[in-house]
Ligand binder design. Structure first.
Ligand code: ZN
Length: 317
């Protein structure tokens, strides 16, 4: 092919000042990219989305609630029945979201269906702070939990009403219950369920109330102390939907839009009790249950929230 005039044209040399400017821009861009100002390809803009995920994990007849923020913080409230729940449900949930450390590990009370998985959780994740009501207990999993917390030097705090914490930049949580003196059951023993840790978790305008296994006496005390301050669009229904809990006065104060019951299919306690489910629905709440829906996930940006379920449809309740 004959050479045209184009091919013979000599490229002009770049002026030196342009070369220097180019190198300076390249260096500046590299520094900014390293500092995280510009996301590289495939990097999520985690800080700007500001979502919080609250998962009522399907751990059968037990309780485990995981909270993960998009600015990289995580909390676990109760840990299911056993190490198997941790291996099969709790740890995979966190791992799928890139969580390698829990800022807070909360234990509502030392019953097996709440504490059973705790030793395995401490085994699987570094823990920032361990919080529990420090109730008297001979449960072996609880004693093992305390032992591991001490062995690993995890800061531990006895949870009482009035304490408040932050989880990342957008989420805060407060301990509403128990308070001293602790509630006593028949025979003057410290009540177990009724001194469970009640937590109000807040992201912007969205509040989630975690209630462990409290029953009517603790519910009454909370209503007296908080009144309408208990209002929350999302309620973890106390005590797996037992008929000893979720009193009309609690519902009147909380007025939940979404109620989540953690219960195991065919459990021997008859949880959740039909009367409680009906009461929640009559109060205008949608009712989700882990025995039917599997893991129930609430996602919020602090202004609104949406519900996702593992099985079936989230809508139409
Ligand atoms: Zn329980």
């Amino acid at each position: 092919m004959p050479r045209g005039p184009r091919a013979r044209r000599v490229k002009p040399r770049l002026p030196a000042w342009l070369l220097v400017l180019g190198l300076l821009l390249l260096a500046a861009f590299t520094l900014l990219a390293r500092s995280g100002w510009f996301p590289g390809p495939g990097v999520e803009l985690r800080r700007s989305s500001g979502q919080t995920t609250i998962a009522f994990l399907d751990v059968g007849q037990a309780l485990a609630v995981a909270v993960v923020t998009t600015d990289g913080h995580a909390l676990l409230y109760d840990a299911g029945n056993s190490a198997r729940d941790v291996r099969e449900v709790i740890a995979p949930f966190f791992e799928a979201r890139g969580v390698t450390r829990l800022d807070y590990l909360l234990l509502s009370h030392p019953d097996q269906d709440h504490v059973g998985g705790m030793p395995a959780v401490i085994e699987a994740f570094p823990i920032g702070t361990f919080l529990d009501p420090a109730l008297p207990s001979t449960n072996l999993a609880y004693l093992e939990t305390l032992e591991r917390v001490a062995d690993r030097g995890i800061p531990a705090q006895r949870a009482r009403r009035g304490q408040a914490f932050t989880l990342g930049e957008q989420v805060r949580f407060e301990i509403l219950w128990p308070r001293d003196p602790l509630l006593r059951a028949e025979g003057d023993e410290v009540a177990d369920n009724d001194n469970a840790l009640v937590v109000r978790l807040v992201h912007g305008a969205v509040t989630i109330l975690l209630t462990g296994d409290i029953e009517a006496p603790a519910e009454h005390e909370l209503v007296v102390l908080e009144g309408d301050g208990l209002r929350a669009p999302v309620l973890q229904v106390p005590h797996h939907g037992s008929q000893t809990s979720t009193t009309p006065e609690l519902l009147e104060a909380v007025r939940p839009e979404v109620s989540v019951i953690s219960a195991g299919a065919g459990n021997p306690y008859g949880h959740p009790h039909a009367e409680v489910v009906n009461r929640l629905r009559a109060a205008g709440s949608a009712v989700y249950r882990t025995d039917v829906d599997g893991t129930v996930i609430i996602e919020t940006d602090g202004a609104s929230y949406r519900v996702q379920v593992e099985r079936g449809e989230a809508d139409g309740r």
